[in-house]
Design a protein around this ligand. Sequence first.
Ligand SMILES: [Fe+2]
Length: 328
Amino acid sequence: MTPMVLTDLAQAAPRTGFLPAPPGAINARQMWANNRFWMETQNLVTKRYGGKRKQHWYALLVGMKVFEWGLKRLGQYQRGWVNATNIVLRDLELRFARLPRAFDGFTILHISDPHLDGQPGIEDRIVELCRGREFDLCVLTGDYRTELHGPIRAVMASLDKIVRGVRSREGFLGVLGNHDDCHMVAPMEAMGIRMLINENVVLTRGADRLRVLGTDDVHYYYTDQSLHALEAARDDFSIALVHSPELFDAAAEAGVALYLCGHTHGGQVCLPGGHAPLKHLRAGRHLFTGHWHHGGMQGVTNTGAGTSGIPVRFNTRSEILALRLVAA
Ligand SMILES: [Fe+2]
């Protein structure tokens, strides 16, 4: 693999009102990239309360192949495929007592888990859904591809279509998911997405401030740097972008007001009634879908625009979310 080229953070957010990245951010990025690259190449999964293990995919891959074969035999595969491609744009209003007045009515387009190599045309569908609308901010919470290793050029080209086709006044903020590798950061920033790798930015409107923090994925690639990133939440009304809900308790304790995540696909293949046999979560399993509260924090677990593993859905919807923040 080619070595990662780090983007100069000062050039990385060309069309936003974000305050500049703090001094030293480049070195923190370099340290992060070295560690992330090592974990990726070793197929390591690191856990929040210590320990790491090698991930072995054989049993899961065989299980998925058997399930896919069964769906085809039962004539259900095509139905599941069509279900998955039927992405909806869902509007959701979120009310906060301590929202700064200048951000009352602030709109956020939340896109998660598009897995752009999973099914063709997902990026076109997203752009189509957003046609005629303009958002204050667009946030991306990871899993831009399905494969865990290999080339990224095609996925980056699809993502670039979304960035060019969606209208966002303050630009785009993104974090990585567990399917994404560290080499994606530079091309994503080159297309205008400000990546938050255990970092934060502040949006200002007059004297009012809104802080957005983002962590690296904590499902496979947990490090304590993600907890340190949350510590900035106390200073302002803060939104956390984390790929999965698994940091919910730490974020609430840190003072985060709104936690935006995805990863679970809402179960992707659910039983009638919404029961999800597979959630792929080690913590926060009850937060696997929808709008939720924990302590004084609100959260939204996006069901994702795409699919992981087998490109089918049953009893779940593919979605992108138009969130509107309202002062209660
Ligand atoms: Fe994920």
